[in-house]
Ligand binder design. Structure first.
Ligand code: FCB
Length: 449
């Protein structure tokens, strides 16, 4: 695929010259060093150390050892010609107890990382919360407790105070849907709670904490861009009989967070659904206090969009899937971006995650020929190019992920990396897809626009 000179010839020209091509990771999935330099315990340490929670009993104790190998990882990004890098900060490294005294060693790590990225010409995108709540706060109710909202704003303030002079792009939360519902309704993610009513309270507190954190960041660094990353699926009904189910899924999965952020309040149809299901005593949220919805609707500078797959309600047929079982459906990215740009007045979009799990192993010559990942990325880049041509203000694209890493409840069984990691030796090796991405960005740099 790499040798085909015509591959994607037209696509690079669709992306403007200031477009930010990058990769994404998150702290717990790559850092390791879970108890070093004063880092406190997070809910993912507790969860992964609890037998039966994560496939194979895997934990993030060591992960990709990025905490010690970050220089090597920046060099990999440089070798790939990346312009931007999205990573997350581990809250318990800074505040081992959630709030109170700052552990400066923790913040120093990210300070060095940011400087290293800037020296390498790579724009840092910081995510403040990618799921690793300090366990000490969980003991007090975690995200069900309104106090956690204030602890988060306090943490955001401390990070912005230190890094706000160099980091221009800030993301408050990553995928609040997953935090609220996989973590508190299905119990599949930390903290492993199954309480539907509580999951809706968590969702609300996450949105409120996003708003307060945004204000805290802007107070320290008024010139920066602040946004939030939501996960979306392209939802379709396979038959007319499934339309009602698709509507309900859309309210829950896609509109639950973006509507209140855009000043529309929580979707009324979703509130009725949750009441009918018994998650709520009435079609209203008891945890909403006066002024909350106005705060939540404070304008964002950009929306981070994570897109992986389609949800086809009532259609179980044969469809192309990645190794984690998610359907390959690039058309959904194109339609989703158009829908978001058409329905909501958002000034800028970044694809903050898109990628695929393919567990290709090194061949006899050591090469990792992950041609299915190349095809996946090629088709999704083309979908993004089409959306740009329709006028969607898309400004950047982060492939998930830079490295094979700890895939939450799936442990190390799913490899999403452009770079292959041998978890026994910590050796890194560029996969064919990493070289393809490098060449794509080269062609884009060279293309006439
Ligand atoms: C997203 C997460 C990210 C990664 C990918 C595969 O939901 O944000 O950490 O696990 O899925």
């Amino acid at each position: 695929m790499n040798d085909d000179p015509t591959a994607l010839r037209e696509v690079p020209t669709a992306f403007p010259s200031d477009f930010l091509w990058g990769t994404a990771t998150s702290a717990y999935q790559i850092e390791g060093a879970w108890n070093e330099d004063g880092r406190g315990e997070s809910i993912w340490d507790r969860f992964s150390h609890t037998p039966g929670r994560v496939k194979g009993g895997d934990t993030g104790d060591v992960a990709c050892d990025h905490y010690h190998r970050w220089r090597e990882d920046i060099a990999l990004m440089q070798a790939m010609g990346m312009r931007a890098y999205r990573f997350s900060i581990a809250w318990p490294r800074l505040f081992p107890q959630g709030d109170g005294a700052l552990n400066t060693k923790g913040l120093d790590f990210y300070d060095r990382l940011v400087d290293g990225l800037l020296e390498a010409g790579i724009e840092p995108f910081v995510t403040l919360y990618h799921w690793d709540l300090p366990q000490a706060l969980q003991e007090k109710g975690g995200w069900t407790n309104r106090e956690t909202v204030h602890a988060f704003a306090f943490y955001a303030h401390a990070v912005a105070q230190r890094l706000g002079d160099r980091v221009r792009y800030w993301i408050t939360h990553n995928e609040p849907w997953v935090i609220a519902f996989l973590g508190h309704h299905f119990g599949l993610h930390a903290p492993g709670i199954e309480d539907s009513g509580a999951s809706l309270t968590v969702a609300h507190h996450l949105l409120l904490s996003h708003a307060l954190a945004m204000e805290a960041i802007r107070s320290q660094a008024p010139h920066v861009q602040v946004g939030i990353t939501l996960d979306f699926s392209w939802i379709e009904a396979a038959t007319p009989d499934h339309r009602e189910e698709a509507r309900a899924m859309d309210a829950w999965r896609n509109r639950w967070f973006i509507d209140p952020l855009m000043g529309r309040g929580y979707p009324a149809d979703g509130l009725r659904d949750f009441h009918r299901l018994g998650w709520l005593d009435a079609p209203a949220l008891p945890c909403v206090e006066e002024g909350d919805m106005r705060l939540i609707a404070l304008p964002i500078d950009f929306l981070g969009v994570n897109y992986y797959t389609r949800t086809l309600i009532g259609g179980e047929g044969e469809r192309e899937r990645t190794d984690i079982g998610w359907e390959v459906y690039p058309e959904g990215l194109y339609k989703l971006l158009n829908r978001l740009a058409f329905e909501y007045p958002i000034p800028a979009f970044y694809i903050t995650e898109n990628g695929a799990s393919y567990n290709d192993a090194p061949g006899p010559d050591g090469e990792i020929r992950d041609t299915r990942r190349i095809a996946y990325l090629e088709s999704h880049f083309a979908a993004a190019a089409r959306a740009l041509r329709c006028g969607v203000p898309l400004k950047g694209y982060f492939v998930w992920s830079l490295l094979d890493n700890f895939e939450w409840a799936e442990g190390y069984s799913q490899r999403f990396g452009l770079v292959w990691v041998d978890f026994a030796t910590q050796e890194r090796r560029l996969k064919a897809s990493a070289r393809w991405y490098r060449d794509f960005v080269r062609r884009w740099r060279a293309s006439e626009r």
